[in-house]
Every structure is written in C-alpha cells, then in structure tokens.
Design a protein around this ligand. Structure first.
Ligand SMILES: *Cc1c(COP(=O)(O)O)cnc(C)c1O
Length: 389
C-alpha cells in the first residue's frame, strides 16, 4: 500500500541510516565460504586469515605494518600505550568525536586536553591545538570525523615543531587520503575500527593499527598478546586484544570492495550536495579527491531536532553524531571545562544531523530525502509567514 505525502504526492519510503544487512546480501556466498573455511580449519585465533588480512591492509595503505586488534578503541589504547603515554602526560584531541577517542587517553591514566574544531571541516583546529600545548603534552590525536580528513600536513608540522607523537583516529575514514598518502599513515600510528557500520565493517568488533615504525610495531604486537613475543615468556604487562580469524576472513573479502564502496559514498554525497545546496543548511566540505570518504553525510542546521522529527515522520532515519561534546560529558566534569569553553564544537553538536548514507542508496531514495528536507523548510517558511503550507 502506498502512502501519499504532501501536496506533491510523494510516495512514502522507509530509508534506514545504514544498511549493513543489505551489504551482506550482495556478497553473501563469498562471505559464507570464507567463514566456513575458518570453521573447518579449527584455527580460530591468530591464524592465516589474520596474517593475510594484515598483509593486505599494509599493502592497501602503503604502510610497513598493519596489526589486527580487538576493536578501534583498543587500537587507540595499544598505540598510546606503546608510545609510553601514561600518568602525568597530556594528550590533545577534539571533543567533537566518539567518546573512545578520549577514553583511551584516560584509560592509560593520562589527561585528555580538548582543542576546538574548524567550523567547516569539523576536524581539529590547528591554532586551537597549538594553544593547548603545555610542557606535559606528549601526543595529538587528530580525528578524521565522518570520513573527512583532518589537515594532516599541518598537524604533522606542528607535532614536529613541538616534538609530539601523532596517533590518527581513522575509525571513520578508512580509504581516504591526502595528496595520495592514505589516512592512518601520516602519524606515528593510525587506529582503525571495523565496527559493523564503519566503511569497512566486520560482523562484530575488530580494529587495526597501522605504523611504519619497527620498534612500535613490535611493541604493539607484544601488547596484544599479553606482552609476550613467545608464548608463556611474558616480558611486559599487555592485553588480550586480537582480531579473530572469522572477522579477519570476512574483512579480507570485504577489503576488495572498499574502494568501490567509498566511490559510491562519494557519488551519493555529490548527489545530496547538488539537491540540497539551495537550502538553509550547512553541507559537508568534501575536499578534493579522496579527502572525504563519507562514513556519514552530516549537515548542520539550527532546527536540527524538528528536522529530525519531520524526517522520521517521512520514514527517513537520521542520526546525531554526537549530541554532547566530550568536554561537557559528566565523566569529564573534573577537567573543569564549562559551556562556552569550546564554542565551535558545542554549537556543532547542537546542529549536526546525519542523513542516510550507505553504498547502494539509490537516486530515488536520495531525491526522496532531499525533497523531504526541502518540504520541511518550505513548510517552516510558510508557517513563519502566517500562511498555510
Ligand atoms: C567507532 C569509533 C571508535 C571506536 O571504535 P570501536 O571499534 O567501536 O571500538 C573510535 N573513534 C571514532 C571516531 C569512532 O567512530
């Protein structure tokens, strides 16, 4: 049964924010075969799939080492731990990100220090980082938020000037690059997540660390298996943080599709931008080439909550990433930030709305979303003018 909406007679569609099950349907037989091979092999931890996947990712990124771990969060924690970050140290990052970006710093007993973001790219603002540097600062974690690259040439220049480590949070941006150099290979380490909805998603948790540093790679490899190179010969206190064989097998199949899927995300973003550019909303800044891999397509608007409700009534699922900037979370009250401390991050959290974005989203669906947004502003305009919509 079709439900007609609005005076234009638009037919209602249900559109999810992500569609991971739909992606599985596309490559079902390949995935099933690879999982069955693992099940038959009897080798479920640290087998040939993890090794093959690590080699394939190192090759894909153009980096010396790729080390599978249990999650993106662990990728951040193990990277910082291996760099020697701990109590008494400060690490600068952005509050406009998922909690794990700062949580990893706190987990190691170090102190997160927040720098504000650039209002157009929504990634770290270089001057704001520089102002936050103290004698205790040890590292910077730039976040490629929504898939949009942070200004890595400038971050690296600043880090070199002040002798700081850089760990990139690439959890939302696998496949992106700046000037042909892949995100996650600019800093001392890059932390990737394979959470199911990420651009490269597993069927559970998974993560990976990329690095060109021999000693760091060896240290991280030890950390992920209880601080040992050789079983039962533990040299340091580590973790149990491994990527498992089944996830590695799935990821190995999916990695071959990543560029195609990212191209599709960029095509969808272009279509959205073409259809939305006249409306009173701030659109994402795509950059050039592969600077944006559109993990999310996020617009900014002062009327975010009402637009979200309106789109929901049209069957369109949207998301808020993220409703509270990290410096204002209850857990970080002790750090002493106040409302107004980091104004661009705060206002962006109030205005951000992510639209449906996944490879396979059709032109018809994109038009429906865009038309619905146009209808929302149309209706609001007429209401403001005391007229009937
Ligand atoms: C997903 C994500 C993480 C954490 O990754 P998990 O695999 O869920 O632990 C960290 N930072 C950012 C920006 C993320 O989007």
């Amino acid at each position: 049964m079709e439900i007609l909406l609005s005076r234009k007679g638009v037919v209602k569609m249900d559109i999810p924010l992500f569609n991971v099950a739909g992606q599985y349907q596309e490559i079902k037989s390949e995935i099933k075969r690879s999982i069955e091979d693992v099940l038959d092999s009897g080798q479920y931890i640290m087998g040939k799939n993890v090794q093959k996947f690590e080699e394939a990712v190192a090759n894909y990124l153009g980096v010396k080492y790729a080390i599978g771990v249990a999650s993106g969060t662990d990728a951040l924690i193990l990277s910082l731990d291996a760099l020697g970050i701990g109590p008494g140290d400060e690490v600068i990052t952005t509050p406009f990100t998922f909690f794990a970006t700062a949580e990893c710093i706190s987990r190691l007993g170090a102190k997160p220090v927040f720098a504000d973001i650039d209002p157009t790219t929504l990634t770290v603002d270089i001057d704001s980082i520089e102002n936050a540097i103290t004698p205790r600062t040890k590292a910077i974690i730039p976040v490629h938020i929504y898939g949009r690259c942070a200004d890595m040439p400038k971050v690296m220049e600043l880090a070199r000037k002040h002798n700081l480590f850089v760990v990139e949070d690439v959890c939302q941006a696998m496949g992106g690059d700046v000037n042909g150099k892949k995100l996650g290979t600019w800093g001392d380490a890059g932390a990737f997540s394979f959470f199911p909805t990420k651009n490269l998603g597993a069927f559970g948790d998974g993560g990976l660390i990329a690095t060109n540093d021999d000693a760091l790679a060896e240290h991280i490899r030890m950390l992920r298996t209880h601080g040992s190179k050789e079983k039962y010969h533990n040299e340091i206190v580590g973790y149990n943080s491994r990527l498992d064989e089944i996830q590695a097998a799935v990821l190995l199949v999916k990695l071959a599709y990543l560029d195609k899927w990212n191209d599709d995300r960029r095509r969808i973003a272009e279509e959205y931008i073409g259809l939305l550019k006249e409306l009173p909303i701030q659109l994402p800044q795509p950059g050039v080439g592969r600077e944006h891999v559109f993990h999310l397509f996020t617009v900014l608007t002062d009327d975010r909550d009402r637009l979200m409700e309106f789109l929901k009534s049209r069957g369109i699922q949207t998301g808020v990433y993220y409703p509270i900037p990290l410096h204002l979370l209850p857990v970080y009250e002790e750090l002493g930030y106040k409302k107004g401390s980091l104004p661009i991050s705060e206002i962006s959290c109030e205005r951000a709305l992510s639209l449906p974005m996944y490879p396979g989203l059709t032109e018809e669906q994109i038009s429906y979303v865009a038309e619905s947004i146009a209808d929302f502003f149309d209706t609001r305009y007429h209401n403001l003018n005391g007229m009937k919509a």
